[in-house]
Design a binder for this molecule. Structure first.
Ligand code: FES
Length: 323
């Protein structure tokens, strides 16, 4: 029997979604075409919500115009954009794993590019995103000028797996390992951990972007920032020492799947009992569970990772076995 899956959108104002209309709901067995209830969701019944909504998806994410208030060219690799957004959207995006789709004013919808949110201020109604130019879509967005408008669609939340470990950790010690452009989504993770009164060690590798562009956002007496090259022997030694620390209760890895695996292997080797949360590195295209570009298969079960909070260990072990 297939395992029950956890949808990041369940219980939010975006549930039930298009998938319910198509009998493809991730959580509700009745909205998968079965005749009985077999879910483990403890909130308001998804099927009932669907019926109340007139057998339709509830609210869908809309695309809004946003103005670029500020553009900071950090170096040749990284550009940070400050965007004016509705206050509610900024609040919704102030969560670990939050991301939006952005495209230029004159671009057709297939230019939509998923971008992690680095910073959100619900009072001011602004968000910040960091862009590393890697192809035509990011080049286009990075070329936009201050004062110009861009299209933005959101909020989306499944930019990381293991959200509950970050949100639920209080008064503990956390290790956050970030490399390259993955520093950006690390900021909200760190701020959430601080908000929950955790002490946070940030191990940061500038990686290909060659800059630590988040230091001003994470300045706090509860944060210890250590910079290292994680691909060097010295960097690996530093990483090992932190993972050996039995007081670390949660580890977040923002970087490649290889980095996640590297950390998981050390956790196993040194019998760390910390919870592991990781950035979602799958290819996101629609963000709605429709297109299938983010789909992976674990134990014969297909899951769309733009929606599903997957079992991190199984996901990484599958990757390790494929080499
Ligand atoms: S990105 Fe389209 S299904 Fe996940």
């Amino acid at each position: 029997m297939a395992n029950r899956l956890e949808c990041v959108d369940v219980g939010t104002e975006y549930c039930p979604c298009y998938l319910a209309e198509l009998n493809e709901c991730i959580v509700c067995s009745q909205l998968q075409g079965k005749k009985f209830c077999d879910c483990n969701w403890k909130g308001v019944c998804v099927f009932q919500e669907f019926v109340w909504a007139g057998y339709k998806a509830k609210v869908t994410r809309s695309t809004v115009f946003t103005r670029i208030l500020k553009k900071e060219e950090i170096n040749e690799e990284v550009v940070i954009l400050t965007l004016k957004v509705p206050n509610k959207l900024a609040r919704d995006l102030n969560e670990p794993g939050a991301y939006v789709f952005v495209r230029g004013y004159f671009s057709p919808s297939f230019f939509d590019t998923p971008m992690s949110v680095m910073w959100a201020d619900e009072i001011e109604g602004i968000i910040k995103i960091a862009i590393q130019v890697t192809g035509p879509k990011t080049k286009f967005i990075a070329s936009a000028k201050e004062g110009e408008e861009v299209y933005l669609r959101g909020p989306y939340w499944n930019g990381m797996f293991g959200q509950r470990y970050i949100k639920g950790m209080h008064n503990s010690k956390a290790l956050v390992v970030l490399r390259g452009i993955a520093q950006a989504p690390g900021v909200i993770v760190i701020l959430k951990l601080i908000q929950n009164k955790n002490k946070v060690i940030v191990l940061l590798d500038k990686g290909k972007v060659q800059t630590n562009f988040i230091k001003d956002y994470i300045k706090n007496s509860d944060v210890t920032l250590v910079e290292a090259d994680l691909l060097s022997e010295e960097g690996q030694e530093v990483l090992k020492q932190f993972i050996k620390d039995k007081k670390i209760s949660v580890i977040y890895s923002g970087g490649s799947d290889e980095q996640h695996i590297n950390i998981l292997e050390y956790m196993d080797k040194y019998e760390s009992e910390a919870y592991l949360a990781v950035s979602n590195n799958n290819k996101i295209c629609c963000g709605e569970g429709i297109c299938g570009s983010c789909e992976i298969e674990i134990d014969g079960q297909k899951m769309r990772t733009c929606k599903v909070q997957v079992d991190i260990r199984k996901m990484l072990e599958r990757k390790m076995s494929r080499g």
